[in-house]
Design a protein around this ligand. Structure first.
Ligand code: SAM
Length: 282
């Protein structure tokens, strides 16, 4: 594959969308912080590189829910040709900005396309597809997930691989409705090192098999307690079990070959922090 061919695959699929966030697309509102928040997170990337090598994938890779390009750009840097798909214009703007900072040839190996993962279309087929970092859980209805997996099946070469990384069902406690799980983290923003404090509130809705998630962000001066800004974003994730994902993959034409429980590639088990499906297109 050449960079010119890659251009032709993506050129006609850029849609117009001015949505910059909201509950349906929370990442629109998060795009400015995303890269700083996950600056140190790359263990999944080493996992994908190892699995792509082991499963002998050499062709074009589709990264669904590519966001700011964290995974897609790293794969391009490692020599793969990648198309990153996302429905958030704000995340894709960041992704394209990050691509400009890639050295030399690597920037030519990655393209981004604004489409929805439940109904995308490309003229080329792919050797592998990746849905990283729990992104499949953002499709809360079973029909949406099935539609996404069916589109992927249509776009993969026979024998092509699909990797889906999800949080493991038991990696989060099962609080009842009145007791949300609270976690805190913080990170710094350049150029002044302002501190961003993030409080995550998760409430399991067992009836709907969903998790209501709220992120509260508070930006403070590097030193002192002065608050420079605050905002809150809420969205819903599907609370997916092993069986839910396995059944959806089977139904949409995939054979599950392995399920890993972490980014070191250990087999999935009851105490695993992640649930990473590796499935082959029939
Ligand atoms: C958790 S972020 C992951 C970003 C990136 N893959 C990574 O690992 O850093 C989820 C991404 O999926 C995108 N997304 C959510 N629903 C989508 C949909 N229906 N179609 C396309 N992209 C979607 C969001 O805009 C966001 O960029």
């Amino acid at each position: 594959m050449t960079a010119v061919e890659l251009n032709q695959i993506t050129r006609n699929s850029e849609g117009e969308d001015h949505n910059t966030g909201g509950p349906a697309r929370p990442y629109g509102g998060l795009s400015r912080l995303y890269d700083y928040e996950y600056a140190g997170f790359d263990s999944d990337i080493y996992f994908y590189l190892e699995r792509l090598r082991t499963t002998r994938i050499h062709g074009l890779i589709l990264d669904l829910g590519a966001g700011t390009g964290r995974v897609a750009l790293a794969l391009a840097r490692a020599g793969y040709f990648v198309v990153g798909l996302d429905n958030s214009p704000a995340m894709l703007r960041r992704a394209r900005g990050n691509r400009r900072r890639l050295a030399g040839e690597a920037a030519l190996r990655v393209k981004f396309s604004q489409q929805d993962m439940t109904g995308f279309r490309f003229r080329r087929s792919f050797a592998a597809a990746i849905i990283s970092f729990s992104t499949l859980a953002m499709l809360t209805a079973p029909e949406q997930r099935l539609s996404c997996l069916t589109r992927i099946h249509e776009h993969l070469e026979p024998g092509g691989m699909l990797f889906i990384d999800l949080f493991a069902p038991l990696s989060r406690p099962r609080p009842n409705q009145d007791q949300p799980r609270l976690t805190n983290r913080s990170f710094h923003l350049p150029p002044y090192g302002h501190l961003v404090e993030k409080k995550v509130e998760e409430r399991r809705n067992q009836q709907n098999k969903t998790i209501d998630v709220t992120y509260h962000y508070r930006k403070k001066r590097y030193r002192g307690e002065k608050i420079l800004g605050e905002f809150t974003i809420s969205f819903i994730l599907a609370d997916l079990t092993f069986t839910d994902v396995e059944a959806a993959l089977e139904k949409s034409g995939f054979d599950v070959e392995e399920v890993h429980g972490d980014y070191q590639g250990c087999p999935f088990g009851p105490a695993s922090p992640r649930m990473i499906f590796e499935a082959r297109r029939r």
